[in-house]
Design a protein around this ligand. Sequence first.
Ligand code: ATP
Ligand code: MG
Length: 377
Amino acid sequence: MKTAIKVIGVLQKAGFDAYMVGGAVRDFLLGKTPHDIDVASSASPQEVKSLFKRTVDTGIEHGTVLVLVDGEGIEVTTFRTEGDYSDNRRPDSVEFVQSLDEDLKRRDFTINAMAMTENLDIIDPFGGRDDLDNRLIRAVGDPDARFQEDALRMLRAVRFSGQLDFVIDRETLDSIQRHAELIKEIAVERLKAEIDKILVNSFTDKSMAYLSDTRLTDFLPAGNLFKVDWSLYHSSGKAVFGWIYLLHKSNRPFADIRDYRFSNDDKRLIQKSLEVASLDFWDQWTFYQYSTEQLEMAARITGKRLDPAEAKEQLPIQTKSDLAASGRELMEWSGSKSGPWLKEWLEKLEKLVVYGELKNDKELIKDWFVNEYHRHA
Ligand code: ATP
Ligand code: MG
């Protein structure tokens, strides 16, 4: 907050208006520490850039410049309204305006449409404070118009309900029910970003109940999967865990959620975690084959009480490269050239060592191997 106030001071000294806005004001009034602070100002992006030594053009076409001060980043956005919305998503253009009020009017919910001065005075043209007190999510202005402008706001309402443990105001909720189908117009990246947030919220079950009630589930990719039982869900802090939970609960494969375009790392984590969660029992070979993270996800989902890191630590070896004998040595000891046999025998050795049936010692491995190899050859 100190840094944001400093940034506001610099802007004011240069003759511009500047306020803290949006989520930071909401969180401040709720007694929470805002994770990042947005500033809105009458200064244009170029003017903001000229006033600070270090800036990054994070969203300059939307009027946003990231200002770096005292090792912190403060996003400074020029007061703006949004042009026409011809397609239920994102405006055709943004237009810079001179007044804070115009800027607050374009924001989604009353609790997100407040501003705060450097003296912590609140500017609240839409009754956001009352709605905070009553724990209500209410669209700014006419909800029908606001959801027609940008249909993502419907999903954001659902997201904030589970983030804050708030109720969606009746009129806003009715409007979402009427407009749910418009969610089909929204780019999947924006959908996923909001769903990811729902999955790390404290009250995921609340958001998920709204998702079904509003029928947004009928129009989201793989929407029906969100109808699983979330009452016992506890976020791990990572959204990907939520996706694993939902597939495990509904007994569906990764392919069902492919439309959300996961990174290759997440895709692998999801697939592997589901795989290990489906195993009837876990032994040393399981701990050896799967990563700590994969085991952690699967343990959480299946309710297994187990510390995967510890289970892995107790294994005689962690990876193939820990094996006291190499492929080259097996070729030497057998007198055979490389071939499919090599992989087979290496894995045989790996298993014996992992299960503790053979000590990870070169001489012992050699004795066992020479003996067994010639018996099979
Ligand atoms: P969080 O603390 O979860 O980041 P936030 O309120 O900061 O919550 P953001 O998505 O970061 O949410 O958006 C910042 C602010 O921008 C919001 O508080 C709101 O005023 C405005 N905003 C963001 N997205 C929209 C939208 N689709 N329509 C209207 N206003 C929006
Ligand atoms: Mg934010």
